[in-house]
Design a binder for this molecule. Structure first.
Ligand SMILES: [Zn+2]
Length: 215
C-alpha cells in the first residue's frame, strides 16, 4: 500500500501516478489517497477530462458508493488556475488528457502541490496511452495496480476490447472490455468468452469511476 512520504519543514511538491488496466482499482486508490488528505484538513482539487461522460454529465455515483466531487476540464492547463492554497491535486482518467499533462503536473509540483494522477497506462491495443508514459517518466512515485484475468486468474495488465469499435476513446463500459493477463490478451478472441460469462465482474476491484462532476 502506498504511504505518503514524510516531509519536515517547508512543504515540497511531487507527482504520484496510479496506473494499470481497466478494473484494476485505480480510481478507488486515488479516492483513498484523497480521502486521507481531506481527513487531514488538506485542501484538495480534483479534475477529470470532460471527455469522460461515461455515467452522467454532472453527477456520477459508483456502484460501491465510493464517490467524490471532481471538476471536468477540457485542457490540462486549466489546472494551473487552481488556488495556491490547494495542497493536493487529484486527476482521474489521466490518459484522456492532452500531451501537456506532464508539464502541468510538474509546474504544480514545483509550486509545492502534491499531484496524484490515476490513468490507464495502455490502451486496448496494448500501446502506451496518451500522456501517461511521459508522466510516468517524470513522476516521483508510481503505483501499478492490477486486475485479475477472468480466464486464468493471473494478474491482468491489459484491457481487452470485446467490441469491434476501433476508436481508442470508447469509454470504460464494463461490457466492452475485460482485463486480461499478457498471455490471454495475446490469444484474442480465441478464448471462449461465453464460457466465462458467469464469472462475476461486479467486484469492488472494478475501475468504475467514483467521481461526481461539478459544473
Ligand atoms: Zn489470463
Amino acid at each position: 500500500m502506498f504511504l505518503e512520504p514524510h516531509f519536515k519543514g517547508q512543504r515540497s511538491g511531487w507527482i504520484e501516478v496510479i496506473c494499470g488496466s481497466m478494473f484494476s482499482g485505480k480510481t478507488e486508490e486515488l479516492i483513498r489517497r484523497i480521502k486521507r488528505a481531506r481527513f487531514a484538513n488538506q485542501e484538495v482539487a480534483i479534475f477529470k477530462p470532460s471527455v469522460d461522460r461515461r455515467y452522467h454529465r454532472q453527477k456520477v455515483v459508483s456502484h460501491d458508493e465510493n464517490e467524490i466531487m471532481s471538476r471536468p476540464i477540457q485542457e490540462s492547463e486549466a489546472m494551473l488556475t487552481v488556488s495556491e492554497d490547494i495542497d493536493v491535486v487529484g486527476i482521474d482518467e489521466g490518459q484522456f488528457f492532452d500531451q501537456h499533462l506532464p508539464e502541468v503536473c510538474q509546474e504544480l509540483a514545483l509550486r509545492g502541490t502534491r499531484v496524484i494522477v490515476a490513468g490507464l497506462d495502455m490502451d486496448f491495443r496494448g500501446k502506451p496511452f496518451g500522456p501517461m508514459p511521459d508522466l510516468l517518466a517524470v513522476a516521483e512515485y508510481i503505483t501499478k495496480v492490477h486486475a485479475i484475468c477472468p480466464h486464468c486468474g493471473n494478474l491482468a495488465t491489459h484491457s481487452y476490447r470485446l467490441s469491434a469499435d476501433e476508436s481508442t476513446v470508447v469509454l470504460g463500459e464494463k461490457d466492452l472490455y475485460e482485463p486480461r493477463c499478457r498471455a490471454c490478451y495475446q490469444m484474442g478472441n480465441i478464448l471462449d468468452l461465453k464460457k466465462h460469462a458467469d464469472v462475476p465482474t461486479d467486484s469492488s476491484a472494478q475501475d468504475q469511476s467514483g467521481f461526481l462532476f461539478e459544473e
